[in-house]
Ligand binder design. Structure first.
Ligand code: PLP
Length: 283
């Protein structure tokens, strides 16, 4: 039986009840975080904690026990017997349940804190052979730096990608490539690695941050500059990053090959270095 976490308690997931007045349900008034369990440790929990606290502070939700999250996550892994499997822990914090009105409820209303763990099988074959993506207008709001649960534009765009047999939808805002529906995106043009700078138009991905560090350590020329859609034909390589897929090569955009249609050398190097770092952390 699956065990989940709600407001300080570990409970059978099928017994968990959340109020219909919860502002997460009524307004998508909440934020979330996802951490990856690598059979023994959570990867870069410190960065996930920083982003969690930042997201909460940007939307003015106060979960005073936020520092318990690493323990909650560890307990969910143990209670669900996921210690020896790749897993993800999902956490959501909403502004709590209150009579429906746009204004924040009184400070007495406690946030709703829900978390669960799930095992997953990394799709190593796809990650090795590469993925297809589509390019679409960024129809999201202008605070994509907040990990908000309000994901309808991401859901609709991602579904369009899936309906067209692709893995991800990459967004374009004002002619510039921002990020994916659930990932950051990187490009290699003439040996230089490009990704959109941290801004209100992209999420500061934890994987993005680590891949940039690994790339710089490897002596790769890195530029945190947005790539215009008009340069798409010049791409030698492209890849996405996120917590579950790590580094996933992009081999086609809207059915047109990127580079020679195979994962590129820089991408493969970064994939290998990322995996080596995980292996070293496993000890
Ligand atoms: N951008 C968006 C919109 C995302 O939803 C995600 C992850 O879910 C990312 C980027 C990548 O972030 P991370 O590497 O922290 O998983």
């Amino acid at each position: 039986m699956e065990t989940a976490y709600l407001n300080g308690e570990f409970l059978p997931k099928n017994e968990i009840r959340i109020s219909p007045d919860d502002r997460g349900f009524l307004f998508a008034d909440g934020i979330y975080e996802v951490v990856r369990w690598y059979e023994g440790f959570f990867f870069d929990m410190a960065s996930h904690m920083m982003r969690l606290k930042r997201s909460m502070s940007e939307i003015r939700i106060s979960w005073t026990d936020a520092d318990t999250f690493p323990f909650v996550a560890q307990e969910l892994i143990t209670l669900n017997i996921l210690q020896d499997r790749p897993a993800l822990v999902y956490l959501q914090v909403t502004r709590g349940a209150a009579k429906r009105t746009h204004a924040f409820p009184s400070t007495e209303v406690k946030p709703t804190v829900y978390a669960f763990a799930k095992g997953f099988r990394p799709d190593s074959e796809t990650m090795a052979s590469g993925i297809g993506v589509i390019l679409r207008k960024d129809i999201r709001w202008s605070r994509c730096d907040i990990k908000s649960v309000s994901l309808l534009p991401n859901v609709l765009s991602f579904q369009e990608a899936r309906d067209l047999g692709n893995y991800e939808c990459i967004f374009v805002r004002d002619g510039l490539i921002t990020e994916g529906a659930h990932s950051n995106v990187f490009f290699v043009i003439k040996g230089v690695l490009y990704t959109h700078p941290e801004s209100e138009n992209v999420l500061s991905g934890v994987t993005r941050k680590n891949v940039l560090r690994i790339a710089r350590e490897a002596g790769i020329n890195v530029r945190e500059i947005a790539v215009p859609e008009s340069r798409i034909t010049e791409l030698d390589e492209a890849f996405i990053t996120n917590t579950s897929s790590e580094v996933a090569p992009i081999v086609s955009i809207d059915n047109k090959s990127v580079g020679n249609g195979n994962p590129g050398l820089v991408t493969k190097l970064l994939q290998e270095k990322f995996v080596a770092e995980i292996r070293a952390l496993k000890g």
